[in-house]
Design a protein around this ligand. Sequence first.
Ligand SMILES: Nc1nc2c(ncn2[C@@H]2O[C@H](COP(=O)(O)OP(=O)(O)OP(=O)(O)O)[C@@H](O)[C@H]2O)c(=O)[nH]1
Ligand SMILES: [Mg+2]
Length: 475
Amino acid sequence: MFDSLSTRIQDVFTSLRGEVRLTPELVESALREIRMALLEADVNFKVVKAFVDRVRDKAMDQTVLKSLTPGQQVTKIVRDELLALFGDAEGGLRKQAPTPRVVLLLGLQGSGKTTTSGKLGMWLKRQGRHPIMVSTDVRRPAAIQQLSVVAQQADVKVHAPETMDPVARAKGALAEAKAKGFDTVIVDTAGRLHIDDELMDELQAIKDAVEPSDLLYVADAMTGQDAIKSAGEFHRRVGVTGVVLTKLDGDARGGAALSVVSVVGVPIAFVGSGERLEDLELFHPDRIVSRMLGMGDVLTLIERAEQAVDKDEAEELEARLRKNEFTLDDFRKQLKTLKRMGPLENILGMIPGMGQIKELAQQKPDEKQMGRVEAIICSMTADERRNDKIINGSRRKRIAAGSGTSVEEVNRLLKQFTEMKKMLQMIGQGGMPSLKGMKGMSQSPQLPQGGGGGFAMPGGRKRKKGGPWGLIKTR
Ligand SMILES: Nc1nc2c(ncn2[C@@H]2O[C@H](COP(=O)(O)OP(=O)(O)OP(=O)(O)O)[C@@H](O)[C@H]2O)c(=O)[nH]1
Ligand SMILES: [Mg+2]
């Protein structure tokens, strides 16, 4: 997400920080670069102009130019102004709503409404809520079925009446929610290639019938300014309370995200970053900006980890580590946990400083390799997994054949495992970096010096020594 924009802005900062003294000319040339970067990322040109003007006003201030760290000061100004582009909304659903709350999802065809309905259902369940969903898309033959499938995956109840009248379907869902105690009704609507009166009338009728407190416009971030234009049109005609930006995992250049609030005037509520139902995040402007500026997003990373990690399993693992009982089975479980956190590439991007390193090393994290490691471990007997010491030459041959790998690969894995075990043992003696301990991490996000301007995140506390992230090299 925002890869090229992020790289370009970071380059500007790197060159600024190399300067001992900032002159108005240097600031001006940095601003030109930033302007180009934003325009190329498809940010609305009016938004870009206003943005650059505000940064210039602040950066040209004598106290900034003459300060000891002018480069960092400018970085901070850009960061603050990027944040301002998102307004001060914290994302999510509206704070106040009657029960049951009705959430209406609307937008153009294929933007991700139905998928987002499922994601939202799952997200709400995780918040301890009881959602029910209904499809009002009676035009596309398989649309109702599609929502049912998604709902089943999310383990959310669907209202499935006989009627093919969109308004009656939405009303029916609200009635069922009231009767059975569901607290949120998610209403999926039909999409259109283009905005037309018929669709707008239908949406208006549904809106009048069920009075949604949240009208979320689902926008495909990859379509850039087009998405923004139609968001404005939907807002004008039906009223929108928030935007869900989907497909931010693709090669969206970020322009839609950066312009939507200024142009349409409604906050971003959620972002979708993948096809899986887990891939919905509350929109946190500060985290997105941090990621954009290469400062990583430790908080999101921790949340992902917390969702993926089974608490009991983590505690059990910790106890075993203390007793030096870490086995290949545990190792495999850890790999699974890592996989549950989502594509490795996304995860790396959230680690401060990693964005750049990834680029430098020109190597993508190898998920296939992870699959091979799993295959190797799966080809071992239970005894072997419990005690790797017994895996001799002939066993290694058998395992390699069984997993479709080579003896060298098996050897390498066993060597890595032994090393990891040693390392864990060492850390264990000084306090295990437990997965449980990740909770505490959210108190202490750490930013690498220089990696992204060297100023602290809100509340900027220092990292505790020996915290789990000591394991991850960021430089
Ligand atoms: N990569 C990626 N794909 C997504 C995301 N959200 C939705 N999709 C994909 O986009 C396609 C369209 O999604 P739908 O949810 O069917 O879109 P829709 O708005 O309901 O479409 P209509 O009902 O035809 O208007 C599907 O293939 C989804 O898997 C996302 O965040 N990332
Ligand atoms: Mg749909």
